[in-house]
Design a protein around this ligand. Structure first.
Ligand code: SF4
Ligand code: SF4
Length: 447
């Protein structure tokens, strides 16, 4: 009896405290979720968010790039939820059925919080080897135990995890998180000394080798090409609205092969995007050739994604320069083919300022494209349709997702409204640069 009394006496206050904390947490969560709803309503996103194609016409289109090779379903779901609430027009993801489902789940979870229009869901594919479609690979058994593991430190996606146990390194690349940025390759001290070259892009081998000779790599990358028939199947889904074809622009034969392979599935989407780098004087002629391949069965809007400096927006302010320079060249080219222009590759919080300096931000022009005119409520549309954000968008929200995961484990973000509010504030600050939200409404928000 004495024992039982003593236990109750010591546990009761603890239990009471725990219950009080849980109750307080519930109240705080409720308050935070209400703040999320109030914030979106105060900014006016439900009423000012135009349909995605109107955003392209007005020059305030924003696309979130989840990453053509990024396949972490939990992060993708949470990113899609946060950026849907922030008002993006499109979410671009890997052409993989489970990734597409994760994006759609995030969108619907956001719409359960506040009633918003759906952003378009876009899948990204490639017509040939491409930096965006590769995965780093190495065997940790071959790593020296005393390596300071710079690969792990430099990876922006937390896609390398290594642990020293019983005289060997365990772990390696977390395949679904690796999006192929390649930053781990040059920092590996053994990169030039050992291993295999398989899967590395030719350009990269030459960059690394002396005088253009091939070098051997310890840490390498495996490239892949998305399967055309699986992509066609995805495009026929009701919850996929757009496709993006990544191409080097140098080999239109590959582009034609992919386009032909997609068959009538391209008729199921609302937007066809082509992502390409600037390839000097042949850029416009290559774009015109691709447009002539697409034109006979192009029944929707088309867009050119100007890929400045791929997968680099999170590196620093200057990373956006190449995308802006690309836009300046294209905007001045009168012989460019029909289609909206949109920046990507190095885009970040400084991109809109750069566009403004060049006089390209939301500047109206008259389209000559009949498809656009037939579907427009206005005969004017912006010279630059908008901006896509990838690495930078994922970095600013990813910090919040990592902090949530370290506190609560793998979780859906709406279950942790304080984190949702923090993530949303970050996303609004970025999306708001294009959408022109009143930043006073969220910049001073107390969390
Ligand atoms: S640094 Fe880039 S390429 Fe290397 S593992 Fe990380 S995401 Fe993949
Ligand atoms: S930097 Fe290279 S050697 Fe060092 S842990 Fe990473 S892959 Fe292994």
């Amino acid at each position: 009896m004495a024992l039982s009394f003593s236990c109750s006496a010591s546990f009761a206050p603890q239990l009471q405290l725990q219950l009080q904390l849980q109750a307080q947490l519930k109240i705080n969560n409720k308050k935070c979720l209400q703040k999320v709803k109030d914030l979106i309503t105060t900014i006016g996103i439900p009423s000012i968010a135009t349909s995605p194609h109107q955003s392209l016409q007005r020059g305030n289109w924003v696309k979130l790039i989840c990453g053509a090779s990024f396949e972490d379903a939990v992060d993708i779901r949470n990113l899609s939820l946060v950026y849907t609430l922030a008002g993006v027009d499109c979410i671009d993801c890997a052409a993989d059925a489970s990734v597409v489902s994760a994006v759609n789940e995030g969108i619907e979870a956001a719409r359960d919080i506040v009633s918003l229009r759906r952003p378009w869901v876009m899948v990204s594919v490639n017509d040939d080897e491409d930096l965006h479609f590769r995965k780093a690979e190495f065997d940790p058994n071959d790593c020296p135990l005393d390596c300071s593991r710079p690969c792990e430190i430099v990876c922006p996606a937390d896609a390398i995890s290594l642990e020293a146990t019983t005289g060997v390194l365990k772990g390696g690349v977390i395949t679904e998180r690796c999006y192929g940025c390649g930053r781990c390759l040059p920092v590996c001290p053994l990169c030039l000394d050992h291993g295999f070259v398989e899967g590395l892009l030719e350009e990269e081998r030459k960059d690394k080798g002396k005088d253009g000779e091939e070098s051997n790599y310890f840490l390498g990358a495996i490239t892949y090409i998305r399967d055309v028939s699986s992509t066609a199947e995805l495009l026929r889904r009701d919850d996929v609205n757009a496709v993006e074809i990544h191409t080097s622009g140098r080999q239109t034969a590959h582009f034609k092969e992919l386009w032909t392979g997609l068959e009538d599935s391209v008729g199921c989407v609302k937007l066809i995007a082509v992502s390409l780098p600037h390839i000097g004087d042949s850029t416009i002629s290559s774009m015109n050739m691709m447009y002539s391949i697409m034109k006979p069965n192009l029944r929707c809007f088309n867009l050119w994604q100007l890929d400045g400096r791929p997968m680099s927006g999170d590196i620093g302010q200057g990373a956006t320069r190449e995308a802006i320079a690309f836009a300046v060249r294209l905007a001045a080219a009168e012989d460019r083919p029909q289609g909206f222009l949109q920046l990507a590759g190095g885009t970040n919080a400084h991109t809109v300022d750069g566009l403004k300096r060049e006089g390209l931000f939301q500047v109206a022009t008259i389209p000559s494209d009949e498809t656009v005119l037939a579907n427009s409520s206005t005969s004017l549309h912006a010279l630059v349709g908008g901006v896509a954000y990838g690495g930078y968008a994922r970095k600013i929200v990813g910090r919040v997702l990592s902090s949530m995961q370290s506190q609560h484990g793998v979780a859906v973000i709406e279950d942790h409204p304080r984190h949702l509010l923090m993530a949303l504030t970050e996303a609004l600050a970025l999306v708001g640069t294009v959408k022109c939200y009143d930043k006073n409404l969220y910049a001073s928000l107390s969390l």
